[in-house]
Design a binder for this molecule. Structure first.
Ligand code: NAD
Length: 331
């Protein structure tokens, strides 16, 4: 079989692939380990979202496998080392949803600054509390962007358009690399220095041992009184108890969280009781455009792999693949 789809994935790009290749779809296969193993043993490529666990053991038992297409970001469900060892290319178009996440971060900032959720609830409840809905402008305020990668840079572009002053904390990005386009940005070498200058803090780092709970009591204390905190990265970067404390003591002006330490949280919890907190169910990438872009890129690359061409959006080969070199030529 050419393409195995083990989760509920549907898109016009898949339908087009099905006209050219043998596609086997079973939206519930990810739940049945034995069935998954048997199907993978025959598959040349597999397409997954985040439910299918492609463990080292399963990949070792998939001798025909050439490529894995991951729809979405996060690679925790794929044993990358085994895939690489076995010459299986892992396709994950990591940039496909960056605009959507960046726009959501700006959306959370605007919603907090102008108290949009509060104003909506109050007006729908029959109120007309214009004074109570008085907010602040983004214009002239400063934003600290923590993590200056794909999404962080897009947030900076958009914040600049709003007339904000930008400070960045990212130990792996050097200002020289951006000397022309980012001339006015202040790159801080210490997180606390960036936080102390900002009216808004937006987090765009990966979750690593270094970033786990890096937004803790100390970091929140370093933020300006009344500042707003936005997290669309990974929930684990925030110590939620420390955030709750900073909000309840009115040290912070508000928070917008798309991601949580535990997803979904077992209960709405105490953060949900605060008027100045916006909670979203990890929807940063959930726009029609981002979903379409992701499916198009994954399907394009699965087709390329099946036809012996190199994938374009791959993640498990450290060196860029030179033109014309297939990651692994099919038998
Ligand atoms: P990226 O890899 O392009 O950028 C991450 C940046 O963080 C890099 O520049 C890196 O140098 C920096 N970084 C690493 N460790 C750091 C540290 N200790 N302190 C400060 N900076 C550090 O990643 P991206 O595509 O921009 O994604 C950013 C985050 O957004 C990730 O956590 C990703 O999982 C998350 N994300 C969330 C959604 C969503 O639905 N909310 C969707 C896509 C991505």
């Amino acid at each position: 079989m050419d393409i195995l789809i083990t989760e509920d994935l549907q898109a016009p790009a898949i339908d087009r692939l099905a006209e050219r290749f043998q596609v086997v779809r079973d939206p519930a296969m990810w739940k049945d380990a034995a069935k998954l193993k048997a199907a993978l043993a025959e598959a040349r490529t597999v397409m997954v979202r985040n439910q299918t666990q492609l463990t080292a053991e399963l990949l070792a038992a998939a001798p025909k496998l050439l490529g894995i297409g991951r729809v979405g970001v996060g690679l925790d469900n794929i044993h990358l080392a085994t895939a690489s060892e076995r010459g299986v290319v892992v396709i994950a178009p990591l940039s496909a949803n960056a605009v959507s996440v960046a726009e959501l971060a700006l959306g959370l900032m605007l919603a907090l600054a102008r108290k949009i959720p509060l104003a909506d609830v109050s007006t729908k409840g029959g109120g007309w509390d214009r004074r109570g809905c008085t907010g602040i402008e983004l214009f002239g305020k400063s934003i600290a962007i923590c993590g200056f990668g794909r999404i962080g840079k897009m947030v900076a572009d958009r914040a600049r358009a709003f007339g904000m002053k930008i400070v960045v904390f990212d130990p792996f990005v050097k200002k020289e690399a951006h000397s022309t386009s980012w001339a006015e940005i202040d790159f801080c070498t210490k997180l606390e220095d960036a936080l102390a200058q900002a009216d808004f803090v937006s987090v765009h780092t990966p979750l690593t041992p270094e970033t786990k709970h890096c937004f803790n009591e100390r970091a929140f204390a370093a933020m300006r009184r009344g500042a707003f905190f936005i997290n669309t990265s990974r929930g684990g970067v925030v110590d939620e108890a420390a955030l709750l404390h900073a909000l309840k003591t009115h040290h912070l002006g508000g928070a917008g969280l798309d991601v949580r330490e535990v997803e979904p949280p077992p209960q709405p919890g105490p953060l949900a009781l605060l008027d100045n907190v916006i909670l979203l169910p990890h929807v940063g990438a959930f726009t029609h455009e981002a979903q379409t872009r992701t499916f198009e890129a994954v399907c394009r690359d699965l087709q390329r792999v099946l036809e012996g061409q190199p994938a374009i959006d791959f993640v498990n080969f450290p060196e860029p693949i030179s033109e014309g070199r297939a990651t692994r030529v099919p038998d």
